[in-house]
Design a protein around this ligand. Structure first.
Ligand SMILES: [Zn+2]
Length: 289
């Protein structure tokens, strides 16, 4: 039987005076071997325990932040780069009543293709006609670098080319940042390791806060239980693990709500500390924001 589409694929949540909308770009499968530091059988057992399908499947999400007089998109999904199970961001935005021309700025957590793929059309034009593109300086230094691209092994070269092509139509309105103040009400929270400049964004308004943590977890049912488990795409798996532990620990300790590009949609969650691991507690659905 062919797949039947779900209704909307967007979900709003309030953070103080700001509205954050999760936008589901789709989902894709990876082999069990994409996880580092765990035997496939053990990963499989954790997925089964969480009632997940045997083939590891992960959501791809982006987040729209509306408040403080601006509409800011964080990441853009995969666009046309990874096949038909992904690339639904534009339809989600439209369903949420937002046009690409409404987006004032696009912030990137990092430059992997499932995050930058939605920036440019197949013709190479900017999908977001007036948005400033905002990238962590150290992330740009790594990926938008001819010497690094030339030195990369063959299987990594497409990642460099993809990042370059996605950024190209925004060259005249590109902002590279270091430090924490990125946009009104949005602070950068560096979480290096998955990529050199991988960065989360902390959205704060009044007493409320939300950490949009990028790719801290790819397979939440495995990595929350075994936070030392990394991904073959991590540029520095040990550093990625340290960042993952820091983010999980802070979220649990401060009861900080998190949102993730690869958490199960709608991807807003709480984090609880267990004896040797963590548990993700999904935010309950709310009909109004
Ligand atoms: Zn990703």
């Amino acid at each position: 039987m062919s797949e039947i589409a779900q209704s909307s694929g967007f979900y709003r949540r309030r953070v103080g005076d700001v509205v954050v909308t999760a936008l589901n770009d789709g989902a894709f499968n990876l082999p069990l071997g994409a996880m580092l530091g765990i035997e496939p059988d053990a990963a499989s057992a954790l997925l089964q325990e969480a009632f997940r399908p045997p083939a590891p499947r992960t959501s791809v999400n982006a987040f729209l932040v509306q408040g403080n007089g601006a509409t800011v998109l964080i990441d853009t999904g995969a666009g046309n780069a990874m096949g038909p199970t992904l690339g639904h961001l534009q339809a989600r935005l439209a369903a949420a009543g937002v046009t690409p021309g409404d987006v004032d700025a696009v912030l990137m957590t990092h430059l992997h293709v499932d995050h930058v793929g939605g920036l440019a059309s197949t013709a190479g034009t900017a999908v977001f006609p007036k948005a400033e593109l905002v990238i962590p300086q150290n992330e740009a230094d790594f990926w938008l670098n001819e010497a690094n691209a030339a030195a990369a092994p063959d299987d990594k070269k497409p990642s460099f080319a993809g990042a370059e092509a996605a950024v190209a139509p925004y060259r005249s309105r590109l902002r590279l940042f270091s430090g924490t103040d990125v946009a009104p009400g949005i602070q950068a929270y560096p979480l290096p390791g998955h990529t050199p400049g991988h960065t989360g964004y902390l959205v704060a308004s009044g007493d409320a806060a939300l950490l949009i943590w990028g790719d801290v977890l790819h397979f939440q049912d495995v990595q929350s239980r075994r936070p030392e488990v990394g991904m073959v795409f991590d540029t520095d798996p040990d550093e990625a693990t340290r960042s993952r532990l820091r983010a999980l620990d802070m979220a649990a300790r401060d009861r900080l709500t998190v949102a993730g590009m690869h958490l199960h949609f709608p991807a807003f969650s709480h984090v609880a500390k267990r004896a040797e691991s963590y548990a993700l507690v999904p935010d309950a659905w709310s009909g109004t924001v």
